[in-house]
Write a protein that binds this ligand. Structure first.
Ligand code: SAM
Ligand code: SF4
Length: 325
């Protein structure tokens, strides 16, 4: 069993498999040219898997593959199959921008993937283009259709931004409701890599928009998830809100992150990280497990995003495309 320094049971590992991305979202990596290819010192799937097997043996029950854009990593389905074959009942999920799903959704499903979170910030081609800095919407919508067709479970992630897509909160909800998919609204998390002109919507502002049309009932958190669930009384539809500015979910945080280069990250907000790269490259899984134990001992109590106007302390220097969100 994996227990951190604050007595929390850690059961969830997020694995970022690349920093590369085919989008340039305003809240993530807006200034990187499309020609930018990070000088990644990637761990091979075998090296990542060596650590993952040990983490599963020690108590990890859920794994999410993320990035950058994970579908850019070649043969990702082989990696998924390695994890699935080792433990078929593991909760195995992936977060993607959806662009490449039309080509790969079926292969992912066959490999053993159970669930997908797909980012969908707008249903207007021009707004989606303004956020991702590329004409992406039709591919993403086709990707969602294909993933539904092959039977993958889907949730949609939307980051509402003031003056950009804040008028689409209900439209995205309706799109999801019609397809029986859950939407989760994510508060924009201030970070040094984002477009600094962006203003995110706080959870209460997102809820206020929804309340303009509907009556909502608070249901509570989904286990240890940062998502707080609500139900629309008029039609029974349930949606989620991820509001890290509140920190109340930090007390039940059950997750750690592994980057594509082998850094273990105990909290999305902080810079602290420790590498297992050298150990897994040598096949020394005991040494990697020692690093994991150290990272768990040092896991911070809570993040420092704040509901106040963003100040220096409330802006993270972590890049979401490195940690995988
Ligand atoms: N490329 C994939 C995608 O976009 O879904 C996976 C990686 S992305 C970093 C994971 C999630 O982080 C996405 O849902 C994205 O919307 C979210 N994200 C990125 N930057 C964010 C920010 N500054 N605040 C809130 N969410 C953010
Ligand atoms: Fe790429 Fe995802 Fe970051 Fe957008 S949020 S730039 S899709 S990694």
């Amino acid at each position: 069993m994996l227990i951190d320094g604050h007595g929390r049971k850690v059961t969830y590992l997020r694995v970022s498999v690349t920093e590369r991305c085919n989008f340039r979202c305003q809240y993530c990596m807006p200034e990187k040219p499309f020609s930018w290819v990070p000088k990644e010192n990637l761990l091979s799937f075998e090296e990542l898997f060596l650590f993952i097997k040990r983490a599963i043996d020690e108590g990890i029950e859920k794994i999410r593959i993320t990035g950058g854009e994970p579908l850019l990593r070649e043969d990702l389905d082989t990696f998924i199959a390695m994890i699935y074959d080792y433990k078929p009942d593991i909760d195995l999920a992936l977060t993607t921008n959806g662009y490449l799903l039309p080509q790969v959704a079926r292969r992912l499903k066959t490999a053993g993937l159970k669930r997908l979170n797909i980012s969908l910030d707008s249903l207007r081609p021009e707004t989606a283009k303004a956020i991702a800095q590329k004409d992406v919407l039709s591919h993403v919508l086709q990707g969602i259709d294909e993933a539904l067709k092959v039977g993958l479970g889907i949730k949609i992630n939307m980051v509402p931004l003031k003056g950009i897509n804040d008028d689409e909160i209900l439209d995205v909800m309706e799109y999801c409701r019609e397809r029986d998919i859950k939407v989760r609204y994510i508060e924009y998390m201030e970070n040094r890599h984002a477009n600094e002109a962006l203003r995110g919507m706080h959870g209460k502002e997102i809820l206020a928009k929804i309340k303009e049309r509907y009556t909502i009932k608070a249901l509570g958190r989904e286990g240890s998830s940062p998502s707080f669930n609500y139900r629309i009384e008029e039609n029974g539809y349930e949606f989620g809100l991820i509001d890290p500015h509140k920190h109340d979910f930090c007390e039940s945080c059950n997750r750690i992150r592994l980057t594509a280069e082998g850094y273990l990250i105990p909290c999305l907000y902080f810079d602290e990280a420790m590498s297992i790269a050298e150990h897994v490259k040598k096949g020394d899984v005991e040494a990697a497990a020692e690093v994991l134990a150290q990272v768990l001992r040092d896991k911070p109590k809570e993040n420092r995003w704040s509901e106040e106007k963003p100040n220096e302390e409330a802006i993270s220097s972590r890049a979401f495309y490195q940690t995988g969100g």
